[in-house]
Design a protein around this ligand. Structure first.
Ligand code: 13P
Length: 253
């Protein structure tokens, strides 16, 4: 965690919480993080709770994010949601290329690339997820997989504002987090590659998050790593108390 990059702790709620449950979370969570200014906090609920949270977060420093987006701004695309619609609900971030979308919905690097471009054009910040499977890691392919995801996902993109989340697939939802050393190695590798793909100054400004079984009792170890600028938190972000502890790096809530 470098001084000039303000850390970001983002909640990815995945397909959890009704609107009522989302509002209950706000009621519990907001007082627990009152006065926290050292980190930016974002919550990415399902689309159905965005409008309610956009109202619930008014007057707070909490930022809203979506978990996915389509790349066109409007049109005959049944079931899709556009960047314009997300912006209209005060979304600042959009998660793109999460491993569940890559592996369950079969989302390709090309689609991910289109979405990153569309989100940037709309003036929001993509949280672009990369990460290798266990099999790829065991075969010694982790770096190459991540390098290719970066290169293809960021093809033809000029240095737009961007957050990258390194989420090793084997650490997501398993309770088996990567070691801080694994996170150090890969986040450093990602930053080196961004400097090669674009320029060094831009690469130094990009926030790189770690994601995968982040909990109140391991967040501080990740944040101690120089290229880890925050976390993308799944399961532990569903509880207001746990997520507040993570935001406070396991300090008192
Ligand atoms: P968990 O924190 O539940 O492992 O999920 C991580 C994740 O996928 C965040 O996007």
């Amino acid at each position: 965690m470098f001084e000039f990059r303000k850390p970001l702790i983002a909640a990815n709620w995945k397909m959890y919480k009704t609107v009522g449950e989302a509002l209950d979370f706000v009621k519990e969570f907001l007082p627990l993080v009152a006065g926290v200014n050292e980190v930016d906090i974002a919550v990415c609920p399902p689309f159905t709770s965005l409008a309610a949270l956009s109202i619930g977060f008014k007057g707070s420093t909490l930022k809203l994010g979506a978990q996915d987006v389509f790349w066109e701004s409007q049109g005959a695309y049944t079931g899709e949601i556009s960047p314009t619609m997300l912006l209209d609900l005060d979304c600042r971030y959009v998660i793109i290329g999460h491993s569940e979308r890559r592996h369950v919905m079969g989302e390709s690097d090309l689609i991910i690339n289109r979405k990153i471009k569309a989100v940037g054009l709309a003036g929001m910040i993509p949280i672009f997820c990369v990460g290798e499977t266990l099999e790829e890691r065991e075969q010694g392919l982790a770096r190459e997989v991540v390098r290719q995801q970066l290169e293809k996902g960021l093809q033809d993109i000029s240095a737009q504002e961007l957050v990258i989340a390194y989420e090793p697939v084997w650490a997501i939802g398993t309770g088996v987090n990567a070691s801080p050393a694994d996170a150090r190695e890969m986040t450093g590798f990602i930053r080196e590659n961004l400097a090669i793909l674009y320029d060094k100054t831009w690469a130094e400004d990009v926030l790189i998050l770690y994601g995968g079984s982040v909990k109140p009792d391991n967040i501080a170890q990740f944040m101690a790593e120089k290229d880890v600028d925050g976390a993308l938190v799944g399961g532990a972000s569903l509880s207001g108390v746990d997520f507040a502890q993570i935001v406070r790096l396991n300090g008192n809530v």
